[in-house]
Design a protein around this ligand. Structure first.
Ligand SMILES: Cc1cc2nc3c(=O)[nH]c(=O)nc-3n(C[C@H](O)[C@H](O)[C@H](O)COP(=O)(O)O)c2cc1C
Ligand code: SF4
Length: 450
């Protein structure tokens, strides 16, 4: 915004910058209902830094800063953000896309940003555009996230005349694969919101065949803070390999499920404490989302929320999902319903999804119903091998990861169902959320510094 100038190079932590060691950062003064206005946003975070690239060959100071900060994408894959920025910065007339589609039903963090803190995410889009030399930013929000759509639309209006770039909102059809980056490009080019085969990758040829930077809403919100307060400030929280804070959607048997901001490496126990503690014993936790992995309840006491630590359990934070499953739920029935939903979400345009995911979901359903014939785990392994790394997008791989992790974590329950059929808990209403809910329904507590 032109009325708020300070160059990025100057924007080392300024006097009055928030303490780098404390939380909240992204969620500072987050309102509980109405979106944060532009004036309130500027009062909390200060003016938007502004940088001018001096010619096409001049590296942006912000890209260097993002690299030093070690920022990685928050859309699930954890790709280094500076590498993406650099790839697009070399292209002709690039476009920036803010991915707030959030097709993951267990995640509410991008809805929270869209609904309540739209200016932070728009700042990130504007700053990224300046860094890569783009004049256009497109914000993609899921059409069913009505409050988010309204809030982003009003925020774009509030910034009109003040912004250094053209900003536009695009509503994306509801669906798990609609937020995948090639699906967004396809949608923005007038096609269906379904993934396409790559290459060309969006950074090479995306929206209107132009180089396109696609970043998750939280990634860009984090970038907006790094631009203001610097990489050293960013690294004051988190671990050396995963610096900074993260938005996490905690759900399951806790007193206050909702979106929390944590320091990477915080203990799961401290997150649960911040959410008012558990309301029932947890049998297991799902980390990362529906393309993520289960961790057995016996290990949750010592769990630290960093990818380095979670990797030792075959898991990662992914899109920031932490979902506790209560002791009373049936993990086999829950896996069967999520596997079916994931299979149904497939675009049914490549072989692995068309043939593999349906068969995998059917096998899990047969196990849950006790009607499976032959060696079910061998069948799952064979189908998984047929599907993995064969799709146009990562959807089949994510679904396989979840199913294999469930089969391993709940081996005794799967064997019991295959032999004896449904258990008593199978009749309970499913705990795992399908489909997406609104943050307006989620009780949220003030974030707690861990
Ligand atoms: C099936 C599937 C669905 C996805 N859905 C989303 C989504 O809803 N939001 C999102 O930010 N990324 C989603 N992604 C990841 C995006 O393709 C892309 O990697 C991400 O937006 C890049 O942003 P980041 O580098 O900031 O994480 C999805 C990926 C897959 C394979
Ligand atoms: S792998 Fe599945 S979800 Fe991905 S593009 Fe192919 S059919 Fe669609």
């Amino acid at each position: 915004m032109s009325r708020h100038h300070a160059t990025v190079a100057e924007a080392a932590p300024r006097a009055g910058a928030p303490d780098g060691r404390s939380l909240p950062r992204l969620l500072a003064e987050v309102p509980s209902r109405e979106p944060m206005s532009l004036d309130h946003h500027l009062a909390v975070h200060g003016e938007l830094p502004h940088e001018h690239r001096h010619g096409r060959r001049h590296e942006s100071a912000l890209i260097e800063r993002v690299e030093r900060a070690g920022l990685r994408g928050r859309g699930g894959a954890g790709f280094p953000t500076a590498v993406k920025l650099r790839a697009v910065a070399h292209g002709r007339r690039p476009i920036v896309v803010i991915n707030a589609a959030e097709g993951e039903p267990a995640s509410l963090k991008d809805r929270t940003l869209s609904e309540l803190l739209p200016h932070l995410m728009l700042d990130g889009g504007e700053l990224a555009a300046q860094a890569v030399g783009a004049e256009e930013v497109i914000v993609c929000v899921c059409e069913s996230a009505i409050a988010g759509v309204e809030s982003v639309s009003a925020a774009i209006e509030e910034r009109s005349g003040e912004s250094s770039v053209r900003m536009q909102l695009s509503t994306v059809p509801t669906g798990y694969v609609a937020g995948q980056e090639s699906a967004l490009v396809n949608h923005l080019n007038g096609g269906p919101a379904l993934p396409t085969f790559t290459p060309p990758m969006p950074f090479e040829q995306g929206v209107r065949r132009r180089p396109t930077l696609i970043n998750n809403a939280e990634t860009l919100a984090q970038l907006a803070l790094i631009a203001r307060y610097g990489s050293t400030w960013f690294r004051e929280l988190g671990t050396p390999s995963q610096p900074g804070s993260a938005l996490v959607t905690l759900s399951g048997p806790v007193a206050y499920p909702g979106v929390y901001e944590i320091e990477h490496g915080a203990s799961l126990a401290s997150l649960i404490d911040a959410a008012g503690g558990t309301t029932a014993a947890a049998r297991a936790a799902l980390l990362g989302g529906y393309a993520g992995a289960w961790i057995d309840g016996s290990l949750l006491g010592g769990l630290s929320l960093s990818d380095e630590h979670l990797a030792t359990h075959g898991a990662s934070l992914g899109a920031g999902v932490v979902l506790l499953l209560s002791q009373d739920a049936c993990p086999v029935a829950e896996t069967a319903s999520v596997a079916r939903w994931l299979a149904d979400q497939s675009a049914r345009q490549c072989g692995p999804c068309l043939n593999g995911l349906d068969a995998l979901a059917a096998t899990v359903e047969e196990i849950a119903g006790g009607t499976v014939e032959g060696n079910a785990s061998k069948r799952i392994e064979r189908l998984a091998a047929l599907v993995r790394r064969r799709g146009a997008c990562g959807h089949p791989d994510g679904t396989v990861r979840l199913i294999l992790s469930a089969v391993e974590t709940f081996a005794a329950e799967f064997a019991d169902h295959a032999r004896h059929g449904p258990c008593e808990a199978c009749d309970r209403a499913p705990e795992l959320p399908l489909p997406a809910r609104s943050t307006r329904n989620a009780r949220r507590r003030e974030p707690v510094a861990f």
